[in-house]
Design a protein around this ligand. Structure first.
Ligand code: SIN
Length: 548
């Protein structure tokens, strides 16, 4: 059984070995990258060009992660003169969407590096869709004041990005270890010494390394309905916490407003890219009334948290299980949005004739492992980039299509930092037996998270989440599925704790029992483990000068 199938079986898909398997130690490298999406592969390619020895570890096969599934595109201002758009306007839109919590220095630095990052990707062979008047085609998504989102294959941008990076890695003979799940970052008092893995058969493997970059993506697997692939189980967040690093802003889980309603309340939901609204699609309810009329000046193009919240309210008010995205007026839908078109046809909807049934679904983690602009965490030798990292770009709500860009830019920056700070690491010390972690019933957790940790939280709901987590049983982590199940439990604890601490509503964190946005809360909520060996010791330390 593959790790992905084991994920679907909630980690119960394989027989646990009665006796711990022997430990296999691989050759040491300068850098282990955990994850094979845009941030991880960009980082490894850069690191190799800077002379580092590297290994990429990925728990499935190469295109299994979220990057491959990204549709809309890459938000970037490539040509200020030709378009009337400016990087400063992109900065402003990002900060407005981030609802007061963006780190402005990070926003400026990452968006200013964007054009070069995209040019490098094009030099590697990425093919973006051409526009009608020369240059690249540009679309618009929620929260953007200009048409600045470049795309590939219509709505298959992530697939093109992943293709180019995987081909570059192969051409460069980058060592990649598929079907290995990272279960622990090894460290001593001076910092990182390596990483511990489990292969799909349950064998324990150790890779000595002086630096580890976590690029494991998001946590959609915490929810019953998500646009994320099954491998998105928050592994990197759990690895970082247990290594002694802090998380920040993890209460901000972005729900995409328009995931295809497939008739099932749970499971993976195909995305219907926001670009469909950018090019004229409108949200209507079952009476034909516009969902976004009068809600926000940008109507259907409002920031994502605003649209997802408006749909959720309309569903609650009408008792319907979905709203409709009417794109019947768009020209040649099948050619412009081939991925969405195929997903719709698979559920019997022809978007050229029929409105598309959609609901919000868990999509993106705006916070993550607290890092500086160079990807450094609190632990020497431990770095993070991409969705798993919190750089301050997204604040309380990510601007659409800023994430592929962030992965390209921060993957590059982290690689350069790691090369500059190359450390001599000690040999990793690993316990004789697999770690024992709290394991929660995954289906029960997903059901509860989907109501209590979704759009609309209150103290009573968070109590229910905590009660389920407190009932978790200690289990020796002997399979990849058990490892990601335990990671999800810890991540749920972190999210619940941060959501409880933030007693206000801001961006994609909606507290129904604290509906106002409070100026005093314009700051991050950090999360850490008081005892890195004990997942139940999670706490949200109150920063100095903090609010009530
Ligand atoms: C979309 O295409 O709507 C998703 C893009 C993103 O999440 O940034």
């Amino acid at each position: 059984m593959s790790a992905a199938a084991d994920e679907r079986a909630g980690g119960r898909g394989r027989v646990r070995p009665a006796v711990p398997r022997a430990l296999i130690t691989l050759a040491p490298v300068d850098l282990v990258v955990v994850g094979s999406g845009v941030a991880g592969l960009t980082a490894v390619l850069e690191a190799r060009s800077l002379g580092l020895s590297t290994l990429v570890v990925t728990k499935g096969d190469l295109p299994d992660g979220s990057t491959h599934w990204a549709q809309g595109g890459i938000a970037v201002v490539l040509d200020q003169a030709g378009t009337g758009d400016t990087v400063e306007a992109h900065v402003c839109d990002t900060i407005v969407a981030g609802a007061g919590l963006c780190d402005e220095d990070a926003v400026r630095a990452i968006l200013a590096d964007g054009p070069d990052a995209v040019r490098r990707l094009r030099r590697r062979g990425a093919l973006f869709d051409p526009g009608t008047e020369g240059g690249l085609a540009r679309t618009r998504e929620g929260g953007h004041s200009a048409f600045r989102v470049i795309h590939a294959g219509g709505d298959a941008t992530g697939e093109e990005v992943e293709r180019v990076l995987v081909e570059s890695a192969r051409a460069d003979q980058t060592a990649i270890l598929p079907h290995h799940t990272a279960v622990g970052v090894c460290r001593d008092e001076l910092g990182v010494t390596g990483v511990e893995l489990l292969d799909d058969g349950g064998a324990r493997v150790v890779v000595p390394a002086s630096a580890v970059l976590l690029a494991t993506g998001g946590l959609g697997g915490l929810y019953a309905a998500t646009t994320n692939p099954p491998v998105a189980t928050g592994d990197g967040l759990a690895l970082a916490l247990r290594a002694g690093a802090r998380l920040a802003d993890v209460e901000f889980v972005q729900f995409h407003p328009t995931a295809l309603w497939t008739g099932r309340r749970d499971g993976q939901r195909p995305l219907v890219t926001e670009a469909v609204r950018g090019e004229g699609g409108v949200l209507v309810d079952h009476t034909g009334a516009r969902v976004m009329a009068g809600v926000h000046p940008l109507a259907d193009m409002a920031p994502r948290d605003v649209v997802a919240t408006a749909i959720t309210r309309r569903l609650a008010d009408t008792g319907a299980d979905h709203v409709w995205l009417d794109a019947t007026g768009l020209d040649d839908f099948a050619a412009r949005f081939p991925t969405v078109y195929a997903s719709c046809l698979a559920v019997g909807v022809d978007p050229a004739r029929d409105p598309i049934p959609v609901t919000p679904a868990a999509h993106y983690l705006c916070g993550g492992i607290a890092v500086d602009l160079d990807g450094r965490t609190d632990v020497p030798g431990l770095y993070a980039a991409g969705e798993v990292a919190r750089t301050g770009l997204h604040g309380a709500n990510r601007l659409a299509s800023n994430s592929l860009l962030e992965g390209l830019v921060t993957g590059t920056r982290a690689a350069h930092t790691i090369a500059r700070e190359r450390r001599t690491a000690a040999a990793p010390v690993v316990a004789d037996t697999p770690a024992v972690r709290q394991l929660v019933d995954r289906k029960a957790l997903q059901r509860l998270a989907s109501t209590r940790l979704a759009l609309g939280r209150d103290a009573a709901g968070l109590d229910e989440v905590d009660a389920l987590l407190d009932a978790a049983a200690p289990v020796a982590v002997t399979t990849p599925g058990l490892a990601s199940g335990a990671a999800l439990g810890l991540v749920a604890r972190a999210l619940s704790s941060a959501a409880r601490t933030r007693s206000e509503t801001r961006g994609c964190h909606v507290r129904t029992d604290a509906p106002a946005t409070r100026e005093a809360w314009r700051r991050s909520v950090p999360v850490e483990l008081a005892d890195p060996a004990d997942d139940t010791s999670l706490r949200t330390p109150t920063p100095t000068g903090a609010c009530p």
